[in-house]
Design a protein around this ligand. Sequence first.
Ligand code: ATP
Ligand code: MG
Ligand code: MG
Length: 406
Amino acid sequence: CRASNEDSYSLFREDEISVHGLTDSIVGVLGGGQLGQMLCQAASQMGIKVMVLDPLENCPASSLAYHHVVGRFDDSTAVQEFAKRCGVLTVEIEHVDVATLEKLEQQGVDCQPKASTIRIIQDKYIQKVHFSQHAIPMPEFMQIDDLESAVKAGDLFGYPLMIKSKRLAYDGRGNAVAQSKEELSSCVVALGGYNHGLYVEKWAPFVKELAVIVARGRDNSLSCYPVVETIHKDNICHIVKAPADVSWKIRKLATDVAERAVSSLEGAGVFAVELFLTRDDQILLNEVAPRPHNSGHHTIESCFTSQYEQHLRAVLGLPLGDSSMKTPAAIMYNLLGEEEGERGFILAHQLIGKALGIPGAAVHWYNKPEMRKQRKMGHITIVGPSLAIVEAKLNSLLSKEKESSK
Ligand code: ATP
Ligand code: MG
Ligand code: MG
């Protein structure tokens, strides 16, 4: 899919262009984590002002934002006060106070994407119901309220059975896999009990996980990024390969499903669509994120327009940029906390030290004040002439034997 830039250009009316900046509109971002940090980096290049709302005084975006308001993005008063200072409101996390966003929209505040989209996405069960109503292919799913309904779901879908929290899920925290009927109760307890709001999904027998980032401008123009392969370890994104090594047919099918899913949601911005590729070449939707996404970090180095710049262009009504790759291949490796505390920092810094010596490698460190096991602390992207070459470079970076034999 392509951006229809002709329409977007008409958004530039001479009388609206500020004399000094590219735009006078301040982009307010709910959340100041690593995605907010990278939005600020892209904004700085274009002279766009980004304000972030985040409770952590030293959140990753704090030192780069035009202004950081210390406050909770799930607190109504904080969000309302923050909105008064912004021209357009957007998110880097979906777990925000959506009722307040809806109220603000009624008062004329410009939210992109729309609050209706955030409401659908932030509850994974409502998200599944929404996409099934739009005939998007997905693993079968069912709400569970007690042991009886969980057993019924197990009988219907078989095992392993994926049990998920409806809300506040990220990095697989909120997922549990029951291998048998006997494991149902312990999984439910681990997820906080039935009252927490749970549902189950039929196990997707995937051969690969894929993702597509779709950008939509305020004029409804669309621009899709290349299909990538995401490799998860313990439910957490570990490696992203761009482009995905799949046939042209699969790429087209994945892009079509992603485009259809995003077309069913309202508002401008980038949307990441997580997909399963099954053994019989079906594409099933896993979930959608209404914001920049881990599967698109590579776009900073590998695409003509990064997902972060694209998101800013989209929410501000600027023409969408070229989302195609400017390098044949890229691989992204997430730096996850290996150990708590100082030792974790030392291990990560050792790897970064090695990465700095690799041609084509770019290091991103999020400056999170605390090191925790499995926490996303940074990432490394390696670009190069082929997937085989960037994979070989990453393997040599990660090879411990090589390091110790030096
Ligand atoms: P994030 O938002 O960080 O992507 P999350 O906590 O929302 O993660 P999911 O995307 O629901 O979690 O699931 C995490 C991973 O678990 C998936 O990427 C996939 O590897 C696996 N998974 C999820 N649903 C299924 C399923 N129905 N069948 C098999 N594996 C699944
Ligand atoms: Mg998720
Ligand atoms: Mg996911």
